[in-house]
Design a protein around this ligand. Structure first.
Ligand SMILES: Cc1cc2nc3c(=O)[nH]c(=O)nc-3n(C[C@H](O)[C@H](O)[C@H](O)COP(=O)(O)O)c2cc1C
Length: 214
């Protein structure tokens, strides 16, 4: 059982990375072998370059552009389960996530009305998003639509995708260094101390379930 875990946040030890690592630890506890990627540590990469080689033999259904994302796309292809976490940047996943998402989803689109996808997508996935916006903000409206769109895209290109949202995150260690009147630092710290550890436990269990095929 191979699990590919991807953190798209440029911060390799903060909210998103912590939850991705925790889900990966859950998968490892169930016996999975983990391949972990921080996108910010990869060689230079980009989104889809519109070469259309994924739509021509012998590469149909496969992005073959050789840049920093190639090993990640390969690891996703070879995985039995995928964990991918992104921070919410300006109301959507961050740029690194979107670069990967474009390549992941577009490679599997045939542009044929007879069949939409080259490959059936059966690899279970866990999509994690962290944000300032509390979890409740994703229950309806534009944020709910946005999450559903990415969930559907991952479901069509990877496989059945579960969503985990961690909202109201602690964005910095010391809020007193910034003139940010929008946040209550005491509340942020309190939530981080009381709720975030429980979220870590929940994603650990989701990671274990992913590895067990549940
Ligand atoms: C460029 C940028 C844009 C952001 N935009 C949003 C946003 O639109 N909505 C939101 O709820 N949080 C936003 N945030 C906050 C992050 O989503 C949040 O702090 C997240 O947990 C950061 O993840 P990390 O700790 O793994 O880096 C933004 C942060 C940055 C740096």
């Amino acid at each position: 059982m191979k699990i590919t875990a991807i953190n798209t946040s440029p911060r390799t030890n903060w909210n998103t990375a912590t939850l991705v690592k925790e889900a990966a630890a859950g998968a490892a506890s169930a016996g999975a072998e983990i391949q972990y990627f921080d996108l910010c540590r990869l060689e230079k990469y980009s989104g889809c370059i519109s070469c259309f080689r994924c739509k021509r033999e012998p590469n149909e259904g496969k992005c073959v552009y050789q840049d920093g994302l190639e090993p990640v796309l390969r690891a996703i292809r070879e995985a039995d389960g995928v964990i991918i976490g992104t921070p919410n940047y300006l109301g959507q996943p961050n740029a690194g996530f979107i670069a990967l998402y474009e390549r992941l989803v577009f490679q599997n689109l045939t542009y044929q009305k007879e069949r939409w996808h080259y490959h059936e997508s059966k690899t279970p996935a866990l999509f994690i998003m962290t944000s300032n916006m509390p979890e409740e903000g994703y229950r309806s409206g534009a944020a709910a639509d946005m999450i559903r769109r990415y969930q559907d895209g991952l479901t069509s290109s990877v496989g059945p995708t579960e969503v985990f949202i961690s909202g109201d995150t602690l964005q910095v260690k010391d809020y007193s260094r910034y003139h940010w009147t929008l946040f209550d630092p005491a509340h942020k710290q309190k939530r981080h101390d009381a709720v975030f550890p429980k979220e870590k436990e929940r994603v650990f269990r989701l990671g274990a379930a992913l590895a067990q095929g549940k």
